[in-house]
Design a protein around this ligand. Sequence first.
Ligand code: NAD
Ligand code: 572
Ligand code: ZN
Length: 350
Amino acid sequence: MPVHSNLSVMAYGPGDLRMEKLPVPEPGLNEVQLQMNTVGICRSDVHYWQHGRLGSFYIKNPMVLGHEGAGTVTKLGPGVKHLQVGDRVAIEPAYPLNNDEFCKSGRYNLSPTMFCSATPPYHGQLSQYYVHNANYCFKLPDSVSSEEGAFIEPLSVAIHACRRARVKMGSKILICGAGPIGLLNLLVAKSMGAAQVVICDLSTGRLEKAKEVGADFTIKVEKDTPQDLAQKVEAVLGSKPYSTIECTGAEFCVQAGVYATQSGGTVLLVGHGPDLVSVPLLNAAIREVDIRGMFRYCNTYPVAIAMLASKKVDVKPLISHRFPLSRAIEAFEITAKQLGIKVMLQCDQA
Ligand code: NAD
Ligand code: 572
Ligand code: ZN
């Protein structure tokens, strides 16, 4: 049953998170109005709440958080042809505003002018109702739940990461960080044919989850040097990994990733740390270890939906908490304390 209030989770500035009722938004040209079903909380949402900024993006006006959402179409704006009222969709939150050279070559995530839900100045999806560009709403089949739909955004990060890291059949992979992004990389790398995956973290609880969802080996990082960690990785795998997927942003892990990776392999930087990081560059250079970056994802939503529909990946074990939208503040506190893995907000149970 449609509801006609629009309870939303708004970040006002550092440490200031409020539940507020906003007007129900109406869809414009090529847009759809969605009744939101499920939205996952990302570490970046927590960062905007706690610090009022992320990277160079500052909250100047109150902003609705959330960019990992799935919803049900409630109204079509003019021009929308491929969706109908009642369709459940996953929302790709970032899309280009101009059809520039990056878009024409298929790498639209690199376009300098992007709309991004929950990146200032754009509102996010943690509302009962939200309006989005219909071309970036992807219909979910009956076999994919709305909770799985809400996972498609972070799953897309992992699909793009594994593509950029050149994960291939039979490869050995090191993943640094067993947060949601590291664990999703584990699932995707395995589904792409990686033979053995070792994952490291500071947290025993997160490493236990990694084992539960298919890690071949886990390493708890303690008082190691980066070279020590690289040696432990080589010892458990029997040889150096072909690729390292760095999902912590920690300088220590970037350094360990370079030392650990096989000559001719790839270190993929997913995690964001400080601007300036000391890297063993000569070691990478003389061994032709490619250090690559990535920014979000492109062309992943159809693939992610197919992977979930065909059960090639099972993301459900990563859900640690569920809250109705009205308890969003509690859900953010749990996420900030890293008490679980993925915290889901049920916006249709406000
Ligand atoms: P998270 O904070 O939940 O997980 C990070 C994990 O790294 C934690 O489990 C933590 O214990 C571990 N860690 C921290 N320091 C470590 C160390 N020295 N050694 C070993 N483990 C360590 O974050 P997440 O949601 O999983 O996201 C991971 C990273 O990916 C973040 O930096 C995030 O900003 C980034 N990210 C980047 C993109 C992109 O487009 N490049 C997209 C999404 C997320
Ligand atoms: O799921 C998208 C996403 N992107 C993250 C982090 C968490 N979730 N990124 C890290 C921060 N950057 S940014 O460029 N920015 C705030 C736009 O510093 C985007 C990618
Ligand atoms: Zn995110």
